[in-house]
Design a protein around this ligand. Structure first.
Ligand SMILES: [Zn+2]
Ligand SMILES: [Zn+2]
Length: 187
């Protein structure tokens, strides 16, 4: 499930990308793998067209069990990779905005957070200072990269109770144990 804050837009660099339809502040939980999301079974994968399969492979969207994710909202498939992403997988089952996103700006995730080997044919296109370029990422992440993520995610998690959370109700319905994150007092 993804918050209704984005649209899919054509992009010269990536083909298609996920773009904010409004300002999205740091600390916003913008997506999570809900019960309607899931993973493709071997049988379902076998039925996909080559184009669909290539898309899955390109986007490296995998669930915790290593199977390709089948998302309930196709917008969840268009957040491209950046080595300096504005959205990161929090490690708590949801994605969080780690830097304010302006209206019209692309939302990007760091695919290296999914804990798998990652290499972009022709090199990463993100163009960020810390770009992995043509190298192959092999988990675990370096201490430096892990520290960078921990700081980005840690400061965003603290803002959860203070920004509008369009997914709060849906997330807590499935994950009541995350309620503490929304509580200003007991933190
Ligand atoms: Zn879902
Ligand atoms: Zn990069």
């Amino acid at each position: 499930m993804i918050a209704d804050l984005y649209k899919i837009k054509k992009s010269a660099k990536y083909g298609k990308s996920l773009v904010a339809t409004q300002y999205i502040p740091k600390g916003t939980i913008d997506a999570f793998a809900c019960k309607k999301c899931g993973t493709y079974s071997e049988e379902e994968l076998a039925k996909l067209s080559k184009k669909e399969l290539d898309f899955l492979v390109d986007h490296e969207i995998k669930g915790e069990d290593g199977l390709y994710a089948r998302v309930c909202d196709k917008r969840m498939m268009y957040d491209n990779h950046s080595c300096n992403a504005n959205c990161l997988s929090s490690g708590k089952g949801f994605s969080i905005v780690v830097r304010d996103i302006k209206k019209g700006e692309e939302a990007k995730a760091d695919y290296r957070r999914y804990g798998e080997e990652l290499h972009f044919a022709g090199g990463c296109k993100c163009g960020e200072k810390n770009c992995m370029g043509n190298s192959t990422f092999r988990p675990p992440a370096s201490k430096k990269l892990q520290k960078f993520w921990d700081e980005e995610i840690g400061s965003a998690l603290k803002l959860i109770p203070y920004v509008k959370q369009p997914l709060k109700r849906e997330l807590l319905k499935e994950h009541p144990e995350l309620g503490y994150l929304f509580n200003k007092d007991k933190r």
